[in-house]
Design a protein around this ligand. Structure first.
Ligand code: GLA
Length: 386
């Protein structure tokens, strides 16, 4: 399916892991509508691994586990569609899924048809236990062809964790997005590692085949499958996580328990400015604007300043502080120059802080602002006359 902006929705894995069922999914969908998540763009409700029986039926088709999904997947899909949402499911390019359930290798066409018959709109396609005889590219092409043969519009979300040079072959395989990272965990180290792993992958993030930095952990607060007792994150860290995923045009798939979501989490994941940056139709690559001479690689990783041109002529600018310790003050000496607005132009930038709405006009090309540890500040900059 051609979707020109990153997908937005919810996926069961991060919180529920193996323990997924119809009631949880349905209630999540209902709460996505009630809480306003649907109104800001979250539309896919995705059931991840562990939804099926361990055996196929006599026709070789996948069967939903009747204990977990007593009404079956078509029923669930109809309910989700009736709420104005879309339905997503999970399979894998291997012989079994990552959790050991039947997978789609050599069953691609029958499985894609089963998903289409169930009204599936989104397929996450994992990479565990895959054949070593066929190239990864061909494994994904097979499922892409199988989806195309159904005639149904199904978003194809590849999930090969950035392995085996995924960024080099995935675009030709028909995927609408591809996991460009390993699995996320609910702690700061994981979020920072994932961001840093994208610094040399960003040029592969295309309109229609987005780098997927994995499902969000915002609001998990140390509870759920990928929390693993790691302690969760602070609100500042969850905000930074969400803002980074937005700047980097990653799909925004919530992974928290939407049925027990606190106000701060809702506030973060419904931030209109950040979602607007994520969903920008121009899909320009974000770029690092400090330390561009590469003489300070550690600073790029620890204190990046990131900019991204938007389709309304403005520029999103994000100033980050990933260092430890106390609040730092930031100095971006060549801010205007670095986004293409030289002194000679007679122009400068008016910066609106998206959290306070405070506006600052940049003078002499310099911009200074404090950013707390593990935090970011995000500005929408407008090019104005000096
Ligand atoms: C892999 C994926 C995860 C999740 C699990 C399910 O680890 O990367 O996102 O889908 O498999 O088993």
């Amino acid at each position: 399916m051609v979707k020109n902006t990153p997908a937005m929705g919810w996926n069961s894995w991060n919180t529920f892991g193996l323990d997924i069922n119809e009631e949880v999914v349905l209630k999540t969908a209902e709460n996505m509508v009630k809480s306003g998540l649907k109104d800001v763009g979250y539309e896919y409700v995705v059931v991840d691994d562990c939804w099926s029986l361990k055996e196929r039926d006599k026709d070789g088709k996948l069967v939903a586990d009747p204990e977990k999904f007593p009404h079956g997947m078509k029923w669930l899909s109809d309910k989700i569609h009736a709420m104005g949402l879309k339905f997503g499911m999970y399979s894998c390019a291997g012989v079994v899924t990552c959790a050991g359930y039947p997978s789609s290798y050599e069953h691609e066409f029958v499985d894609a048809q089963t998903f289409a018959d169930w009204g599936v709109d989104y397929l996450k396609y994992d990479f565990c236990f895959h054949s070593s005889h066929l190239s990864p590219s061909l494994l994904y092409k097979r499922m892409n062809a199988a989806i195309m043969a159904t005639g149904r519009d199904i978003l194809f979300s590849a999930c090969s964790w950035g392995e085996e040079g995924t960024h080099e072959w995935v675009h030709e395989s028909g995927a609408d997005s591809y996991r460009s990272t390993c699995d996320i965990w609910d702690n700061w180290v994981s979020i920072k590692d994932i961001f840093q792993s994208q610094l040399d992958k960003q040029q592969y993030n295309y309109k229609g085949c987005f780098n997927d930095m994995d499902m969000l952990v915002v609001g998990m607060r140390g509870k759920g499958f990928v929390a693993r007792g790691l302690g969760g994150c602070t609100d500042t860290e969850y905000f930074t996580h969400f803002a980074l995923w937005c700047m980097y045009a990653s799909p925004l798939m919530l992974g928290n328990d939407v049925n027990n979501m606190d106000d701060e989490t809702l506030k973060i994941v419904t931030n209109k400015d950040l979602i607007r940056i994520n969903q920008d139709k121009r899909c320009c690559q974000p770029f690092l604007i400090n330390h561009r001479d590469n003489s300070h690689p550690e600073l790029q990783k620890e204190m990046p300043i990131i900019a991204k041109y938007l389709d309304d002529g403005k520029i999103a600018i994000m100033i980050c502080n990933f260092t430890e310790g106390t609040t730092n003050r930031w100095n971006s000496w060549f801010l205007t120059e670095s986004v293409g607005v030289p002194e000679s132009s007679g122009k400068t930038l008016k910066m609106r802080d998206i959290m306070t709405n405070e506006e600052t006009v940049v003078t002499n090309g310099l911009f200074t602002t404090p950013v707390e540890t593990h935090g970011v500040k995000v500005f929408i900059a407008e090019i104005i006359d000096k």
